[in-house]
Design a protein around this ligand. Structure first.
Ligand code: MLT
Length: 407
C-alpha cells in the first residue's frame, strides 16, 4: 500500500490564492450581473513592454530557422542574460556578484520553495509573520515543523511584523539557521533600511546562518536610501541568497522568468562539521531538476536592460505606483491606517476587523477582491492587503465602490 508524505496533512486544505480564487468564482457564479474587480493576488494586468515583445518575436524567428534553432540551453541560463543581470542590476550598486552565481529560472515562487531542500530537515527556521505563504508551506511539506496549532507551526521562530514595529520584524533573541526576509515586503509593502539589513547580516554571520532574501519587488523602491539588494550590505556574500523576478518589473507573471543569486562564498556544514559550497549544492539540484528557461523568454528578459527597456519598465512600475498612491489616499479618507504603496505595489490596511469578514464585505458590497491578512499569518489578522496591480480605470472604480460600501 503506497503511503503519502504525511507532512502534507499538516497544511491548510488549499493554497491561499487558490482558496480566494475559489470563493471569488463561487460569488461570480451566483452573481453573474455584478462585475468583480480583482485587487487580490499580485498579478499584473498591463501588457509586456514593447522591447520584450520585439525580442520574443525575433527569438521565435530564430527558432524557426535551422541555422539559428536552439535545443536545450544551459540549465543555469544563457550567458547573455546572466551577464546582463550582473552588469545592470548589481555592478551599478557596488554589489559583488559574478555571472556564474546567477541562476536563471522560471520563477521566484519555485526558487523560494525549492531552495530549502538543500538544507538539513532539522535546521532552525526564522520566518516573518505575516508572510508569503510559500516559505512556510514548503518547510511544512519537507517535515521541518510539527502540526499546526492555532494557526502556527511548532518548529518555526515567527518574526512578528506588527503596527508596533512598523511591520519590520525585530531580530530574534534565539539563534536560527535559515532566515526568510522579503523587502519590499509581501504582503505589507514595508521596506528595510540599510541599518536594519546590516543587523540581519551581522546576526547571520554570528550564527553561521543563511538569509534567503526575496527581492521580487525591488524595482518599486523609489526612496534612494533604501537598499535594493542584500549584497549592498558588507559581508552579505557569505550569508545570503537573493531571489529576483521579472514578474513585477516587466509583467512576466504569465511569461515566467526569474533568477536566484547564490554566491560562491556561501558555506554550509554537514553533520560531521565539514564545510560545503551552497553554490555547488544548488547547481547540482538545479541541473538535475531543471532544464532551463525557454530561449525566447530569456531574450525577452534581457531586452529590459537596453535603454528603451529601462525606460519602459520604469514607466510600468511608475504606473502601478500611481495606482498605489490612489489606494493609499482612498484608504486614509476612510479613516483607516495603512502602510506600503510608496516603495511597493501592496498596501497593507489595518482594518481593525476580522480579515476574512472584511474580505467578504468588500466582495459582497463592492465586488472588490482583496487578500485577507490572516491568510498570510496570525499577525495578519485585522488587516487586508490591497494590490495596486490593475488598470487605472479599475482601481478608480474599485475605490469608488469601496468608499460607497463603507460609508
Ligand atoms: C501575491 O499575490 O502575493 C503574489 O502573486 C505572489 C507571487 O508572485 O506568487
Amino acid at each position: 500500500m503506497i503511503r503519502i508524505n504525511e507532512n502534507y496533512t499538516k497544511l491548510k486544505a488549499s493554497y491561499l490564492f487558490a482558496d480566494i480564487a475559489k470563493r471569488v468564482s463561487a460569488y461570480v457564479a451566483a452573481n453573474p450581473a455584478k462585475p468583480v474587480i480583482r485587487l487580490g493576488i499580485g498579478d499584473v494586468t498591463e501588457p509586456l513592454p514593447p522591447v520584450c515583445v520585439e525580442a520574443l518575436h525575433a527569438a521565435t524567428d530564430e527558432m524557426a530557422r535551422r541555422e539559428t534553432f536552439r535545443g536545450y540551453g544551459p540549465e543555469q541560463g544563457y550567458a547573455f542574460l546572466r551577464e546582463a543581470v550582473v552588469q545592470h542590476e548589481f555592478a551599478p550598486r557596488g554589489c559583488e556578484v559574478e555571472a556564474d552565481e546567477v541562476f536563471i529560472s522560471d520563477g521566484s515562487k519555485c526558487d523560494c520553495g525549492n531552495i530549502q531542500e538543500i538544507f538539513s530537515t532539522d535546521i532552525r527556521l526564522a520566518i516573518p509573520d505575516p508572510v508569503y505563504p510559500v516559505y512556510v508551506d514548503t518547510n511544512v511539506m519537507a517535515g521541518r515543523t510539527g502540526a499546526n496549532v492555532d494557526g502556527r507551526y511548532p518548529g518555526v521562530t515567527y518574526l512578528d511584523s506588527t503596527p508596533a514595529n512598523g511591520y519590520v520584524p525585530a531580530i530574534p533573541s534565539t539563534p536560527a539557521d535559515l532566515i526568510y526576509l522579503c523587502f519590499p515586503n509581501n504582503p505589507t509593502g514595508a521596506v528595510a533600511t540599510k541599518a536594519q539589513l546590516e543587523a540581519w547580516v551581522a546576526y547571520a554571520r554570528k550564527h553561521r546562518a543563511i538569509i534567503l532574501f526575496d527581492a521580487a519587488y525591488e524595482s518599486y523602491i523609489r526612496d534612494p536610501a533604501i537598499p535594493h539588494s542584500i549584497y549592498e550590505i558588507a559581508g552579505a556574500r557569505e550569508v545570503a541568497i537573493e531571489f529576483r523576478s521579472y514578474s513585477k518589473i516587466a509583467g512576466f507573471t504569465g511569461t515566467r522568468c526569474a533568477y536566484t543569486v547564490v554566491p560562491k562564498a556561501l558555506k554550509a556544514w554537514d553533520s560531521a562539521g565539514n564545510e560545503h559550497s551552497v553554490h555547488a549544492l544548488w547547481n547540482r539540484r538545479h541541473t538535475t531538476k531543471f532544464n532551463g528557461v525557454a530561449y525566447p523568454i530569456q531574450k525577452a528578459a534581457a531586452a529590459i536592460y537596453t535603454d528603451a527597456g529601462k525606460a519602459q519598465t520604469k514607466a510600468l512600475t511608475d504606473f502601478y505606483l500611481g495606482n498605489a498612491k490612489l489606494i493609499r489616499a482612498a484608504v486614509a479618507k476612510l479613516g483607516l491606517k495603512c502602510v506600503g504603496g510608496d516603495n511597493a505595489p501592496y498596501i497593507w490596511v489595518n482594518t481593525g476587523r476580522d480579515s476574512w469578514e472584511f474580505f467578504d464585505l468588500l466582495l459582497s458590497k463592492a465586488q472588490v477582491v482583496c487578500t485577507p491578512g490572516a491568510g498570510f499569518g496570525k499577525c495578519g489578522e485585522g488587516h487586508v492587503r490591497i494590490s495596486a496591480f490593475n488598470s487605472r480605470a479599475n482601481v478608480e472604480e474599485a475605490l469608488a465602490r469601496i468608499a460607497a460600501a463603507l460609508k
